[in-house]
Design a protein around this ligand. Structure first.
Ligand code: NAP
Length: 361
């Protein structure tokens, strides 16, 4: 495969450079995403690293260690080319004490072996140190390029967690520090606590179906020169145009219960993809997924988009997005079509969600 010339922006003020589309390795852990063929997953990662999608985002909790182990396998013989980005702060291992306040707000997660385990937020310094050591081992590396706090642990002062990460940085175990799913105030606090070390990145939810970050988080990242890694661009595969009415998901899979995946929403989304995005994809000889990823990657404040491919074929499609420049009128047509699109709330939605849906029509 020919390596396209890629723009590799730096991640905020850090020394890391990442391509416009990075590999998101969550789905390789199976569980929520349904079973994953491990060999196929490793082949997908190898192809990505060798063709310029060399930055990989993973986390210990993805497949309860499996995603990191698969990344470690793909790094063999390619370590120097890859940027490894993992996380700390969500733990399924160790002893779980019922009633632990750190369990609050995190749903139990399905592991690759079909078992559901409780997950807790834990960003205490001793926990962070254990997690980074375990990640280094699973990944088979001596240093991790980026470690992100996966989600805020409200029971541990942020300054203590960041202090532990700074120590690990001084010890050479990690190169850069990032955060994920933070509020603007928490990002601001992190910037202050780390100075003069820069906050490399904020990982956040953003895409054509989730544009809320345009209000505060993306402008903040631009203003403060913090890199952003966004997830949700493909809406778990729905925005590839390949989740049609006939596709079924095992009822244990998370996507089986996702409101956007219910039949009427699939129909609405696919109608927009077919009418508005597919002609753009044809004009550029690429897939719908590539157009959607390119649209997201070029949005103001976005440094890079995380795309969760599970096969070499999906990597090939997603790679194309890194060298795809959409014209301003193409971007505007796609944006306007998704702004007109309304998705029905899920069956368990509360009154407020329904009111918001009805009033925005
Ligand atoms: N910080 C956080 O809290 C957080 C949360 C979520 C995700 N993330 C990160 O962001 C990454 C992306 O997550 P996401 O939620 O945005 O998931 P995603 O990338 O939208 O969805 C992954 C799914 O998309 C499908 N897919 C990917 N490329 C495709 C292609 N070219 N054609 C058809 N299907 C394709 C695959 O579906 P099939 O299974 O159908 O093959 C895969 O399972 C994750 O891997 C993780 O690194 C972070």
């Amino acid at each position: 495969m020919e390596t396209p010339r890629l723009r590799t922006p730096s991640l905020g003020r850090s020394l890391l450079h990442v391509p416009p589309v990075c590999f998101g390795a969550y789905a390789l852990g199976g569980g929520y995403w349904g079973p994953q063929d491990e060999q196929e997953g490793v082949r997908a990662l190898e192809l990505a690293i060798e063709n310029g999608m060399h930055a990989i985002d993973t986390a210990p909790v993805y497949g309860f260690g499996l995603s990191e182990r698969l990344v470690g396998r793909a790094l063999k013989g390619r370590r120097e080319r890859a940027v490894v980005m993992t996380k700390v702060g969500l733990r399924w291992d160790g002893s779980i004490v019922p009633g632990d306040p750190r369990l609050a707000g995190v749903k139990p997660q399905l592991g690759p072996d079909g078992r559901k385990l409780p997950v807790r937020r834990d960003s205490r310094p001793e926990s962070i140190r254990q997690e980074v050591d375990a990640s280094l081992e699973r990944l088979g590396v001596e240093r991790i390029e980026l470690v992100q706090i996966h989600a805020r642990d409200p029971h541990t002062p942020l300054v203590e967690t960041l202090g532990a990460l700074l120590e690990l940085r001084r010890a050479g175990k990690i190169a850069e520090i990032g955060v994920s799913n933070f509020t603007a105030a928490e990002v601001a606090e992190s910037i202050r606590a780390l100075a003069p070390v820069p906050l490399a990145s904020h990982q956040l939810h953003y895409g054509l179906l989730a544009r809320g970050a345009e209000r505060e988080l993306l402008p903040q990242a631009l203003r403060e020169d913090v890199g952003t890694l966004v997830f949700g661009a493909l809406e778990q595969g729905l925005l590839t145009g390949k989740v049609r009415a006939q596709r079924s998901f095992d009822e244990r899979e998370g996507r089986a219960r996702r409101p956007s995946f219910q039949a009427r929403n699939r129909q609405r989304v696919n109608a927009v993809l077919d009418e508005v995005v597919a002609p753009v994809a044809r004009a550029h000889s690429c897939s719908i997924a590539a157009v959607v990823l390119a649209w997201t990657a070029a949005s103001p404040g976005v440094t890079s988009v995380l795309a969760g491919a599970r096969s070499p074929e999906q990597v090939r499609e997603n790679l194309r997005a890194s060298s795809l420049a959409l014209a301003e009128d193409e971007r505007a047509r796609i944006r306007a079509a998704f702004e007109r699109l309304r998705l029905l709330p899920g069956p368990g939605a509360g009154l407020r969600t329904w009111l918001r849906y009805l009033l925005r029509r």
